[in-house]
Design a protein around this ligand. Sequence first.
Ligand SMILES: Nc1ncnc2c1ncn2[C@@H]1O[C@H](COP(=O)(O)OP(=O)(O)O)[C@@H](O)[C@H]1O
Ligand SMILES: Cc1cn([C@H]2C[C@H](O)[C@@H](COP(=O)(O)OP(=O)(O)O)O2)c(=O)[nH]c1=O
Length: 205
Amino acid sequence: MSARGRFITLEGIDGAGKSTHHAWLVDYLRGKGHPVVSTREPGGTSLGEKLRGLLLVEPMHLETEALLMFAARREHLAEVIEPALARGHWVVSDRFTDASFAYQGGGRGLAWEKLRQLEQWVQGELQPDLTLLFDLDAGLARQRLQGTGNAPDRFEREQQEFFERVRAAYHRRAEECATRFYLIDARLSIEKIRESLEERISSDC
Ligand SMILES: Nc1ncnc2c1ncn2[C@@H]1O[C@H](COP(=O)(O)OP(=O)(O)O)[C@@H](O)[C@H]1O
Ligand SMILES: Cc1cn([C@H]2C[C@H](O)[C@@H](COP(=O)(O)OP(=O)(O)O)O2)c(=O)[nH]c1=O
């Protein structure tokens, strides 16, 4: 039987650089010969992508939003993440549960304890082995997002103060789960960030 694979997640406020480095990291790991499942949240399954379509567009009650995030996650775990890890594959996900603590908890004000209950219900003891937190101030992240020219979704249209709260909640989560978090100064150049990721990941593979 193969050893369990490794589970890596990328987190940070919108515009911090997750998608850019997610694509690079997946290629890097495949180049090292690892079988890698590249995925994202909300989404990652056929049902999850449909829920994503609703979550990014439809106005809804805060608790509905949190429950749908965790419903999509339950499906993602059952259909994609757990089977891949059991096969010995690496899973690299653009966002996971820390995003719910940051956005629904920090951004929207849902009680941390309710999020902990959902986390326990949906994933039990399973946690990422490594979480790369792209840390950037909300003003710079907004400028970068505007530079892409893409139409903002329901979250990206939030005010700067919302993203400041999201960032602070990510910091809280990083303190609570310090052993699996790796903080990245996302003000650095893409090249410098890649170097630091390479250094961090090479100790694992
Ligand atoms: N370290 C960086 N320095 C400058 N620009 C960056 C950096 N990382 C990403 N970008 C640019 O910022 C924009 C948002 O990056 P993206 O990876 O889509 O962010 P996210 O997935 O976190 O929302 C893109 O145009 C990307 O090319
Ligand atoms: C996974 C997750 C995402 N989100 C939000 C954060 C993002 O604004 C949005 C979509 O995530 P993302 O895929 O990062 O958006 P994009 O590809 O457009 O950069 O969903 C939550 O609010 N809670 C969650 O649990």
